[in-house]
Structures are given as C-alpha cells and as structure tokens.
Design a protein around this ligand. Structure first.
Ligand code: NAD
Length: 489
C-alpha cells in the first residue's frame, strides 16, 4: 500500500500516528493544477503541547541523548527507508510542492535523503570528548576536558519551498547530535512532513517522542515552539520578517535560536567573462523552481559596456525556460506554491513598472496556462540597486539586471543589501573571480559556476540572512552544547 493510501492526514506525536485532537483537517493543493490533493491533520495548541511534552520526556528519560551507536543506526535506517519510498515521495513532492521532477532527483528529495548518511557519519567520527591537557590555575593542578553534548529539545520550523531539504537538514543533524525534535511543517506542504513522519513511525527504530511531526494551517504553532520553556533550541527557516519574530519571542526563555532566512543574492559578471555563458547560467538559476529558493541569485550585475549583450543572452535563455508542467522532465520553471505567492510576485512586477523599470522579457502569467500558479520568467531592466525590486526578496522567477563600473563597484553593489545569503562571480581570470568572491559578505559563493551545495558543506547567511550554519560539521554543532570539566591532575 502506498503512503498516501495509508493516510497522510496524521500527526506523529509520542510515537503514535494520530489525527489532530479536534479531528480538524485542512486541504493541501497541487499548485500546477489548483486541485485539492487531499487533507492533512490540522493541529492546534493542545497537539503542539503534547508533541513538546513527548520530545522533552524522550530527551530527559531515554538513552537517545547518550547512545551514539543507536542514533547512527537509526539515521541510516531512516535514510534507507526514505530511499526505498523514493518513487512515491518524489511524485508527492512534484504534486504538492510543484517541484520540477529533475529537482526531486537532486535537492528536492534524493540529495537531502542521502545527506542523512552524512549526519550519521559525522556523529560516528565526532570527537565528543576532547582532552584540553593539564594546567594549574590558582595553583590547583587540573586535567581539563571539553565534552560536547546534545542541546536538548529542538523546535524545527520550516517553509514550503524545499520542504524535504529543509526538514531533513534539521532532523538529520539534530538527531545525530542526540537531540529530540518537534517538526512544525509549513502550512502549504504538510504531506512532505507527514509522509516522513509515517515512515519514521512504521519503518524505523527511532523511539517514541524522539521525532514528533506537527502539521497545521495555523502559524501560531511555530510561535508556540519559540516561547515554550521546554524547548531548548528553535531551528527556523523562513522569511526574515518571521525570523525576527522568532528571535524576539525566544528571548523570554533565552533559548538558542538558529535562523536561515531570506536573500537577495547577486550574480556578478566581470568584464573579462564569457558573458553569454554567465548570463545563461544566471537565467537558468532564477528560473529553477520558479525562483523559489532562498539562495537563488536574483540581481544580475553586468559590466556597463557589455550590459546589452548580457540582457540579450538572458532573454534568449529565458525563452527556452518558460514556465511549464513540473511533471515534464524538461521543465526547469514550475508553478509558484499558491495564489497568495503569485499575488506577491505580481505585486512586485507592478512595482517594477511604477519604479520606472521595464521588462526585457516576461512580466506576467504565461498566456498558454490558465490554471496553476504560474508566472513567466522575467528580466527587469532600467532600475538601479536602490529600487525596491532590487532590494526586497520576490521569491519568483524575476531577475533584475543592473550595470556596474568595474570589479570594486560590482562588489560594492553586491554587498549593498540587507541580506548576505549567497552569490556568484564569473570572470575570465579565476584570480579576479576569487578576489571578488572573498570580498562578498555572504555565506556561500559560487566561482565560475561551481556548486557549493552538499550535506557536508555549511550553509547560512551573513547580515539579515540568518544566524548560524546548517549542514556540515558546523551545522551539526549547532545542535550541541559545550561542557568543560576539570579533575585533579
Ligand atoms: P514564512 O516565514 O512565512 O514561514 C516559515 C515557517 O514559519 C512556516 O512554517 C510558518 O508557519 C512559520 N511561522 C509563521 N509565523 C511564525 C511565527 N510568528 N513564529 C514562528 N513560526 C512562524 O516563510 P515562507 O513563506 O514559508 O518561506 C519563504 C521564505 O523562506 C523566504 O523568505 C525564503 O528566503 C526563506 N527561506 C530561507 C532559506 C534559508 O535556508 N535561508 C531556505 C528556504 C526558504
């Protein structure tokens, strides 16, 4: 029987797959067809309360936090079970998220599932106890140790754009570190989380309460995780506006806050670059998953003397990347997640015109699609870096091209942003590309098309793009506490 036939309208609380206590459900919708796929459990405060209590009990009262071998085994078991369900899970992801199928073989499913193995490997080889040697402070000869311990109960709050990537990039390292987790899924993609919850409950030895999965149409359940004193860490991915609220709410109980937020990343083309190749890549990047990626480069900084050449190259590339059926293996640009998100993107397109910009291509809905939340790949020209469409996150297939006057100016424009999540640099001379990359104040940079994404590579933002790093050893350590211990030498 498929996961869908078994039922995805359930929460996972204390090891039990069950409906919301009230029995309420809400619809999850296919953004490419606007059809209701089915229903999800609509949890309320009492369900979240039970999930937090279960996670607290599992952390305080079981050997999960101390038994590394057990955790490593369970994580590999979870990875294998998710891989065994790969075909159905990839299909569900295309249906619910509108993710083009080619992405489900990458960061929308297969890669984050495989990365659970990296989290297990890190836990297995990690130096949990470091010998800091001997010293005699105040004349007391002592042997000192640094212990790393799990941070406790993690409240994981996630968005809809890459739900498996983000859910699993929190679950894997948090579980590997010995934490227990309450995962609060995004209201637009509840099934992505509940399917993982069902697999955990039925096909792994992860003990009851160690992972709790809560789906809800109510954003307040995320806020509940930020304020509840039984939660030790809030690991949040979402918009900068919500991240600010999470940080403020968490301050009462002074819990550790880990934030992965928005971006307005720059794609810098220097004047000795292959402009056509660079602009083809810039167009491809912003069209991928209809631009619904926090680290997608959405400002194209072109050398002034080669601006028109760059614009023509983007327009030519976008002509072949038109919004299409996510089930078509050739589709790069699928639908936006919802009518609300399409309204938001169309609002920015209207603003681009009001601000004095124009569209070199795109600028509206594709004429051949009257259902689904599609927007055409769009290139905005005629605006500077001070325009709102160049400063605010749009989260759609919208690229803003801006001229620059040399390497220093390009770097200054790239850094002239409240955000600092990611960036790209293209140059003929790799040393020039590297010099610009080093000066960009962002958590990740691609040099001449290199791809930094991976479970072993830390990801996160400078400035208002976040606090902390996800993935890699740094990401794993976000879910640990440090304890220094001394004994007489
Ligand atoms: P969002 O901030 O609206 O919601 C994210 C999550 O927070 C959802 O689960 C939501 O229910 C919950 N939430 C809402 N209000 C809350 C509150 N007051 N307290 C706690 N939780 C609350 O974001 P979204 O629209 O779902 O996702 C898009 C945003 O996510 C974009 O800004 C994008 O850049 C960002 N994002 C960032 C990364 C990253 O790693 N930096 C990755 C993906 C998406």
């Amino acid at each position: 029987m498929s996961l869908r036939d078994e039922g995805l309208d359930v929460l996972l609380v204390d090891g039990e797959l069950r409906p919301a206590a009230s029995g309420a459900t809400f619809a999850t919708v296919d953004p490419a067809t606007e059809e209701v796929l089915g229903s999800a459990a609509d949890a309320a405060g009492e369900d979240m309360d039970a999930a937090i209590a279960a996670a607290r009990r599992a952390f305080d009262g079981s050997s999960w936090s101390t038994d590394v071998d057990r955790r490593v085994r369970c994580l590999r078991q979870l990875r294998d079970a998710l891989q065994a369900h790969g075909e159905e899970m990839r299909g569900l992801t295309t249906s619910e998220v509108g993710a083009p199928t080619f992405l489900t073989h990458g960061p929308q499913y297969d890669l984050p599932v495989a990365d659970l193995g990296i989290a297990a490997d890190i836990a297995e080889s990690y130096e949990w106890r470091t010998d800091l040697g001997q010293a005699a402070p105040l004349g007391i000869a002592s042997r000192r140790w640094l212990l790393r311990e799990p941070a406790g109960v993690v409240g994981a709050v996630t968005p809809w754009n890459f739900p498996h990537q983000i859910n699993l990039a929190k679950l894997g390292p948090a579980l590997a570190a010995g934490c227990t987790v309450v995962l609060k899924a995004a209201p637009d993609t509840p099934w992505a989380a509940s399917a993982v919850g069902r697999i955990i409950a039925t096909e792994t030895d992860i003990p009851p309460g160690v992972v709790n999965v809560v789906t809800s149409s109510d954003h307040a359940l995320g806020a509940q995780l930020s304020t509840d004193p039984r939660v030790d860490v809030v690991s949040f991915t979402g918009s900068t506006a919500t991240g600010r609220k999470v940080m403020a709410a968490a301050s009462d109980s002074l819990k550790k806050v880990f934030l992965e937020l928005g971006g307005k990343s720059a794609f810098v083309v220097l004047d000795d670059a292959d402009v056509a190749a660079a602009c083809g890549m810039a167009a491809f990047t912003v069209c991928t998953h209809a631009g619904q990626g926090c680290a997608i480069t959405t400002r194209l900084l072109l050398p002034r003397a080669r601006f028109d050449e760059g614009v023509d190259a983007v327009v030519a590339a976008m002509a072949g990347l038109g919004a299409g059926d996510p089930w078509d293996p050739g589709t790069i640009c699928g639908p936006l997640i919802s009518a609300r998100q399409r309204d938001r993107v169309e609002g920015y397109l209207a603003l681009a015109r009001e601000e004095g910009g124009s569209f070199a291509c795109g600028g509206g809905r594709p004429p051949d699609r009257d259902t689904g939340f599609f927007v055409e790949p769009t290139l905005v020209v005629g605006l500077g870096n001070d325009a709102r469409v160049a400063r605010e996150e749009i989260f759609g297939p919208v690229l803003v091209a801006i001229p620059h006057d040399g390497d220093d100016d390009a770097v200054a424009l790239a850094n002239d942003s409240d955000y600092g999540l990611s960036g790209s640099v293209y140059a003929g001379d790799p040393d020039r590309a590297w010099a610009a990359a080093r000066r960009m104040r962002t958590g990740t940079v691609s040099v001449n098309g290199g791809l930094w994404y991976g479970g072993d590579v830390p990801f996160g933002g400078y400035k208002q793009s976040g606090v902390g790093r996800e993935m890699g050893v740094l990401g794993f350590e976000e879910y640990t506490e440090a304890k220094s211990v001394a004994e007489p030498a």
